[in-house]
Design a protein around this ligand. Sequence first.
Ligand code: SF4
Length: 278
Amino acid sequence: MTKIRHILGLSGGRDSAALAVYMRQHRSDLDIEYFFTDTGKELPEVYVFLDRLEGFLGKAINRLNPDRDFDFWLAEYGHFLPSARTRWCTRQLKLRPLDLWLRADLDAGVEVHSYVAIRADEPNRSGYKPPHPGMKVFFPLRDAGIDKAGVIDLLKDGDVGEPEYYSWRSRSGCTFCFFQQKIEWVRLSREHPEAFEEAKQYEKTAEEHGSPFSWSEGETLEQLMQPQRIRAIELDYEKRLARMRSKARVNPLSARTEPTIDELFGVSEESACLTCHK
Ligand code: SF4
């Protein structure tokens, strides 16, 4: 009989956590191995959230640490910062540790069933390819018709709640993730000044090595932090928020009436990375 491993990746975000809750409630017959690939540059709130989730699951979440850290890979890539176009960070710090964790079993013919947190209300991702041919992917939330409100309900039911960072940032992932909106950079500088300073330092080193990329499009963090620029970013955010609130038709059945930062800036769910941001 072919041996099967069941795995579920947690990003530190709400969708994958809700999927874990769902699987615990509905598929307790499966011996699921939960894992979190730690880039070493995660928000502190993520660890608190994972600890809470472990309490509900009643089992440890495997923390997969990369064999080489961010600084090693940054030097390997000539100090060019990762960007949406050259996402070496996900490849080396998220996918590679997963590959190393599964490699021996996959090579030995073990079948890996991976449960992925795609919701019913998301654009069709039927083109999603598993990172290894020996892996089969399943989308239990989508199959069960669970949407964003359903995800929030699941987290409430499990007494897990939401990660604390949702009060100021819309996604999980590295402190310096380039998918952040400008308002999120401003907020990072207040919530985690030391992480912001570290990001600034990486940017300076990258610039010295001729990297064309800054973390945030079109400007360096130094420029973004000029008082006038901060005021402009905050004003822009407030205007969008007011516009969206005035347009919003309050749905009494919806658990959430406030738009997320992504919605405010028109960022589609499709651009969210399944590995880092679910
Ligand atoms: S969270 Fe962002 S910076 Fe971190 S690995 Fe993912 S894409 Fe890269």
